[in-house]
Design a binder for this molecule. Structure first.
Ligand SMILES: [Zn+2]
Length: 146
């Protein structure tokens, strides 16, 4: 069922920092999404948040996914649902199609992307238009249209 496509969590410290970010930015993880995952920095743009959420799905950082979902659309059982389903999916690639607004001076933003993944050994594409909205100054994921 679960092929070891993602790095196991027991890998020695430091190995992730040197590897390329799973969000396919071509930056190292340490220079890209890791500071957001560790809470050392906040995404300045909706696109940065979107990429860091993709990477959080990749590494299965459920708490990050919950905390970056906007309170207006966050289902009370989101964490439980992620815990039940997140291991079924192995994320393979991310392509950003377009972005609109979502900049340092905006309050809302949209990111259209295609995320490729395997589920039960079968390849799938998720083509989604995600909406992002600030909450107390920080970018949050609001909702999506397929
Ligand atoms: Zn990244």
């Amino acid at each position: 069922m679960n092929e070891p496509l993602n790095p196991p969590p027991e890998k020695p410290a430091g190995s992730r920092e040197l590897s390329l970010c799973p969000c396919k930015s071509r930056e190292t993880y340490a220079a890209c999404c890791q500071p957001f995952h560790l809470g050392r920095a906040k995404p300045e743009t909706a696109l940065q948040l979107m990429r860091s959420r993709y990477s959080a799905y990749f590494f299965r950082f459920i708490d990050y996914l919950v905390s970056t979902t906007h309170p207006d659309t966050r289902e009370p059982d989101l964490k439980t649902r992620l815990e039940e389903t997140i291991h079924e999916t192995n994320w393979r690639f991310l392509t950003i199609v377009t972005t609109s607004k979502g900049g340092a001076d905006d309050k809302v933003g949209k990111v259209e992307f295609v995320a490729e993944y395997f589920e039960s050994g079968q390849p799938h594409d998720l083509h989604e238009r995600s909406r992002f909205k600030r909450y107390k100054g920080a970018w949050k994921y609001l909702d999506a249209k397929g």
